[in-house]
Write a protein that binds this ligand. Structure first.
Ligand code: SF4
Length: 119
């Protein structure tokens, strides 16, 4: 979901640069493993300390809800495009994102971009 609204802002310059690189890499439609824990996007996040996210409870609840709504299991393998399609179809196009992550600190950006139709 977050990648759909990413506009170059993030927790630090290193994190933002890395997020942009991941986004670019996903354009090639690699196979991915969906996780409800720290993943490759989190690798450069300053809130990841010794492999543990400082907001793990909140992030995990978001991840688990996304997987449930897309009818996916944790650690399931899927192509990036198929995952993207499922998120779009089951959550974003139905205006359901806020039901999942309304209390995220980046909510204002994602909400604005949704309203502008820029995801
Ligand atoms: S509000 Fe937060 S969790 Fe939800 S899509 Fe935006 S960045 Fe991701």
């Amino acid at each position: 979901m977050c990648l759909s609204f990413f506009e170059g802002k993030g927790y630090s310059d290193t994190f933002t640069r890395h997020m942009g690189q991941v986004q670019k890499m996903l354009e090639a439609n690699p196979g991915i493993t969906v996780a409800a824990q720290s993943d490759m996007i989190c690798e450069k996040c300053p809130n990841l300390k010794e492999g543990q996210c400082l907001s793990a409870g909140k992030v995990r609840s978001y991840d688990k809800e996304v997987l449930a709504r897309c009818n996916l299991q944790e650690n399931q393998e899927i192509s990036w495009k198929e995952f993207h399609r499922l998120v779009e179809e089951n959550i974003l196009s139905k205006g359901k994102r806020k039901e999942i992550c309304r209390d995220c600190q980046w909510e204002e950006i994602c909400s604005r971009r949704e309203n502008q139709g820029k995801k």
